[in-house]
Design a protein around this ligand. Sequence first.
Ligand code: NAD
Length: 271
Amino acid sequence: MPLKCYDRLSGQVALVTGANSGIGKGVAIALGSEGAKVVINYVADEEAAQEVVHAIKEAGSDAIAIKADVSKEDQVKAMFKEAIKELGTVDILVNNAGMQRDCSFADMTLKDWQFVLDVNLTGQFLCAREAVREFLKRGIKPEISCSAGKIICMSSVHEVIPWAGHVNYAASKGGVMLMMKSIAQELGPKSIRVNSIAPGAIKTPINTSAWETPEAEKELLKLIPYKRVGDPMDVGRLAVFLASDESEYIHGTTLFIDGGMTLYPGFTTNG
Ligand code: NAD
């Protein structure tokens, strides 16, 4: 059944990186279902990207797919140029693309470290910079939004929870936190709104092994006081709120969406 199109974001263009899978896909469909035209960025699997385009068109809005590796400056610039040519501007950036390359610290190669930092942190910098350049050029269109533009960075509970065996990933998300806050401090006066979403455990291909068997899911639920693993649409709904003027006064902060994973659940029976 097609999703119904509401209009909290009508007239706006959103660009979602890594939008052909998992959380990015959920966010793109949620934004599209609220009337935004959506650029579906992907780096591999064009068919999956076209499926998201189709789902958004079914919901009554418009979407296009653009291939780009977010860690490559020339590809990011070309993606924004094409998005602006095709859809007129970009009002909302969801910096979602990310990956893991897990390894014990002593065995982690410089390549594993660099690759994760390049995609998860530098990729967010490159996309945010292009978005900000477009926001500054266009300025506010009051009939569309109170803000000149909105940036939502996909962080993680691991911007605050250390993660053994994932040093590169945790460092990239810690970096996203202060990058987001610094951009927010610098560009708030230009009415550019910048925030992060920090998911806990959401069922996507990035963490299949953590929930695909009942035993694994039971183990995972020990970390989640609310006793449910998240769904990409949980994050999609939050992204819609953060992209819309309903959240106009929320700026430079991280909203955790984690079923309580950041509540130190290990202390539940330890008082
Ligand atoms: P996923 O693997 O389903 O999606 C990641 C997406 O990023 C894919 O579409 C992938 O192709 C894309 N991507 C990877 N490298 C890219 C590149 N160089 N250029 C463009 N796209 C690239 O995983 P997910 O769980 O949906 O992850 C999405 C984001 O959410 C990531 O930033 C991840 O760190 C974050 N996150 C996920 C969880 C979770 O539990 N799933 C928790 C916290 C944070």
